[in-house]
Design a protein around this ligand. Structure first.
Ligand SMILES: Nc1ncnc2c1ncn2[C@@H]1O[C@H](COP(=O)(O)OP(=O)(O)O)[C@@H](O)[C@H]1O
Ligand SMILES: [Mg+2]
Length: 256
């Protein structure tokens, strides 16, 4: 079954074209890793997929679970099963973490005990009465985002650099949470969850496996293939060299 199908997507921000001719097909149960240098448009793609109003779709369409959601507002996309952890989520003063977690648990029908269980798993149990993200360290923000997703329990999970700013002591906690969200410890046949995981460095791939890797380069998809091969190539040749090699191998790929 289809989870996400992105067809010829073009996105503008502030009148400027940020993404062009994006095609992406993610089946139920699959996890894709999105690589790309800073400024290539990775976060913009997730914002467009979740329906952020500043990201204007000027071309193409987004299908989710077989339905055209291109013009659907964000709350309806979330109700259909999309979830996102932002790269830099806002601080929310006056709203405690526990309030958001209870709201997420209510939407997914999970119990109060689950809140405690996941909060302990994410080492956030003593932060539940703090205002969301205010005064949180970089790693705490990432763990708080994942904790919210664990309680929301979406079917399609978008994670924007969940490994950035996370120290070595906590990276395995983050990895465990992502594997749980994406059901990576289940067999491929049993797995229902799918997702799109952005990583700039690729570190998270040591903790979470993935089915495909994609490189976004200057607003276009430049390579697609085995995520570990792609990561190896990026480490060896850099993004520019890697993309060049890829285009030589697949001259008819997505790049125009
Ligand atoms: N809200 C925005 N307003 C103006 N420009 C934006 C906005 N979001 C992204 N951009 C621009 O779009 C380009 C891609 O940014 P981004 O999607 O954040 O890249 P990445 O996540 O790959 O680092 C950059 O040139 C960035 O300045
Ligand atoms: Mg980004």
């Amino acid at each position: 079954m289809d989870a996400l199908r992105v067809v010829n997507l073009g996105v503008k921000v502030g009148g400027r074209k940020i993404l062009q001719n994006i095609n992406l097909y993610i089946q139920q149960g699959q996890t894709y890793v999105l690589f790309g240098p800073n400024g290539s448009g990775k976060s913009s793609l997730l914002s467009a997929l979740i329906g952020h109003p500043s990201y204007n779709i000027y071309d193409g369409r987004i299908m989710f679970k077989g339905m055209d959601i291109t013009t659907l507002p964000t709350d309806e996309r979330v109700r259909m099963g999309m979830g996102i952890a932002f790269q830099n989520p806002p601080k929310v003063s006056g709203v405690k973490l526990i309030d958001i977690l209870r709201h997420c648990a209510r939407i997914s029908g999970q119990s109060e005990e689950k809140i405690q269980e996941y909060a302990e798993m994410m080492k956030m149990a003593d932060m539940l009465n703090r205002n969301v993200n205010s005064g949180f360290s970089g790693g705490e923000v990432k763990r708080s985002e994942l904790l919210q997703l664990l309680l929301l329990n979406p079917d399609f999970i978008m994670l924007d650099e969940p490994d950035s700013g996370v120290d070595l002591d906590n990276i395995s906690i983050v990895g465990d949470a992502i594997r749980k969200l994406l059901e990576r410890d289940r067999s491929a046949e049993e797995r229902q969850k799918s997702g799109l995981l952005i990583t700039h460095t690729g570190h998270i791939l040591k903790y979470v496996d993935a089915d495909y890797g994609v490189i976004l380069y200057k607003g276009r998809i430049a390579c697609i293939g085995n995520p570990y091969d792609i990561l190896e190539h990026i480490e060896e040749y850099g993004y520019e060299g890697c993309v060049e090699k890829c285009l030589r191998r697949f001259p008819n790929s997505n790049q125009k």
